[in-house]
Design a protein around this ligand. Structure first.
Ligand SMILES: N[C@@H](CCC(=O)N[C@@H](CS)C(=O)NCC(=O)O)C(=O)O
Length: 251
């Protein structure tokens, strides 16, 4: 049986969820509450010792890292192809995915952790929080949690993230003005990757992403939102994070 350990359909967890839905592949869903630190519990560390989400288990092998995980899903299962055949187009798709993962995501994530994850998790008992931080296996994630929980992102760091988000939105808008999808004429993992990052931009960055300033991004987001696989995937969301997708409903 195929198992996916995931949180909300959002960012990294949403990538394999959406890829599996597009291919029509059934899986056993294991929802982990990221804000409840389920990802650091021993049961999950036995699956992914890094304590990060998502993780896919197929035929007793564990797959981590959401972007190569999507490539595995596309390759290993039947269903519509989610990668272009042409080698240059495939390179271009990976180029976009690298841009999303290495440049856009960390900046957007820092803003998200400072305005959503930190304040939401801070509601818990401070002793419980300190113990939860101690259980985090990866030092880099421990630092990220500490910064979010104790509001330690510096104004300079946040400003630089906002600048990068603005830059990335500009790059995306310029590209989509000349192309319906991230690569060529068909929907691919590049779009799935970008959508998971960008679906809530009109809500989280309303001054930077809106119908007037970025009409091509808005149209691309709405087209992806209207796909049955996207509807089905976001219906699995349990919190107001995933519910933000309603912003893409056409008036
Ligand atoms: N590069 C990894 C990143 C995984 C990751 O950091 N996931 C976040 C959620 S989007 C996480 O598990 N955070 C929980 C934590 O750090 O405790 C991937 O793409 O799968």
């Amino acid at each position: 049986m195929l198992k996916l350990y995931h949180w909300e359909p959002n960012a990294n967890s949403g990538k394999p969820m959406l890829a599996l839905a597009e291919k029509g592949v059934e899986y056993e869903s294991h929802y982990l509450d990221l804000l409840g630190f389920d990802q650091h519990r021993p049961e999950y560390l036995a699956v992914n010792p890094d304590g990060t989400i998502p993780a896919l288990v197929h035929e007793d092998r564990v797959f981590t890292e959401s972007t190569p995980m999507m490539e595995y899903i596309d390759e290993a299962f039947a269903g519509p192809a989610l990668r272009p055949k042409d080698p240059a187009d495939r390179w271009r798709m990976r180029w976009w995915m690298r841009f999303f993962d290495a440049y856009f995501a960390p900046s957007l994530s820092m803003i998200g952790w400072s305005v959503f994850v930190g304040p939401s998790a801070r509601q818990k008992d401070p002793k419980e929080l300190a113990a939860a931080i101690e259980r985090i296996p990866l030092p880099s994630r421990r630092v990220a949690w500490r910064k979010a929980l104790f509001n330690e992102f510096s104004p300079d760091e946040l400003e630089e993230s906002r600048r990068r988000v603005q830059f990335a939105i500009g790059v995306l808008e310029a590209h989509l003005a000349g192309s319906p999808w991230m690569v060529g004429e068909s929907y691919s993992l590049g779009d799935i990757n970008g959508f998971n990052l960008a679906y809530a931009l009109p809500l989280s960055q309303p001054d930077k992403c809106n119908d007037q300033t970025t009409p091509h991004i808005m149209e691309w987001l709405r087209r992806i939102y209207e796909r049955p696989a996207t509807r089905q995937t976001w219906a699995k969301g349990r919190t107001r994070l995933a519910a933000r997708i309603d912003i893409l409903e056409r008036a």
